[in-house]
Design a binder for this molecule. Structure first.
Ligand code: E4P
Length: 229
């Protein structure tokens, strides 16, 4: 499964990347309003980061019409290069832009997806990724995890190469369940990365190892006992 960090602050992306095997990071217009840093400077830092790491950056267009979306995507691509995955909303203009941008060979994610049909249409339009919003789907009385399960199965049956990028999580359990139904990718906050691997029993065991070691060997470290020859 691919893992992305869902955040605008590049320092926090770097902090997650230091510890976890990530594939890049994702933003959306709302996320980009939550930073106080000038966007033009931030975008320069994004480009440095993807060049350094070879990872992907997902950026959503802000235009409302298809021509505007295509124009923005082309300009974003000229700046970020092939590291960019352009996010297009799952509305008519977005699907039209998706078809055109795929014709031009650009990587595309159809986002803000709330149904299996929207995802299937994205795959048929050639999208590389489609992003169902799990919590939003739950909040309209449907089931986000079940929706992803259906999308993954439908893509398999139809032979679509489009990857499902699970987004908008509220719990670690949702992320866990998506992995089980074969979701191809998830985008999650830095805090969620920490929660994914946290386990109280691991901490208990670690404290036991440490106490036992210190009792017998004090402050010495394991490498202190390597023979000198
Ligand atoms: C994904 O790419 C989206 O940016 C994100 O997950 C949206 O989630 P939210 O609307 O719950 O913040």
């Amino acid at each position: 499964m691919e893992y992305y960090v869902d955040i605008a602050d590049i320092e926090r992306v770097r902090a997650v990347n230091d510890c976890f095997p990530i594939d890049g990071f994702t933003t959306n217009p709302a996320i980009l309003t939550r930073t106080d840093r000038p966007l033009s400077r931030l975008f320069g830092e994004y480009r440095d980061y993807v060049r350094e790491t070879g990872q992907r950056v997902f950026i959503q267009v802000t235009a409302q019409d298809a021509d505007g979306m295509i124009d923005q995507a082309v300009r974003l691509h000229a700046y970020f290069g092939n590291a960019l995955v352009v996010k297009l909303p799952a509305v008519k203009a977005g699907y039209r832009a998706c078809k055109e941008l795929k014709r031009r060979g650009m990587a595309v994610c159809v986002t803000v997806v709330h149904s299996t049909m929207q995802a299937l249409m994205a795959a048929k339009a050639g999208a590389d990724y489609t992003a169902p919003y799990i919590s939003h789907i739950d909040n309209i009385g449907a089931d986000g995890v079940r929706c992803v399960d259906e999308i993954v199965r439908a893509f398999d049956r139809s032979g679509y190469a489009c990857k499902v990028l699970g987004a908008s999580f509220r719990t670690v359990e949702q992320v866990d369940k998506l992995a089980i139904v074969g979701c191809h990718a998830v985008t999650i906050t830095p805090e969620t990365f920490d929660m994914l691997i946290a386990h109280p029993s691991t901490d208990v065991s670690m404290r036991g190892f440490d106490a036992g070691w210190r009792e017998k060997y004090g402050e010495a470290q394991i490498t202190d006992f390597l023979p000198q020859d």
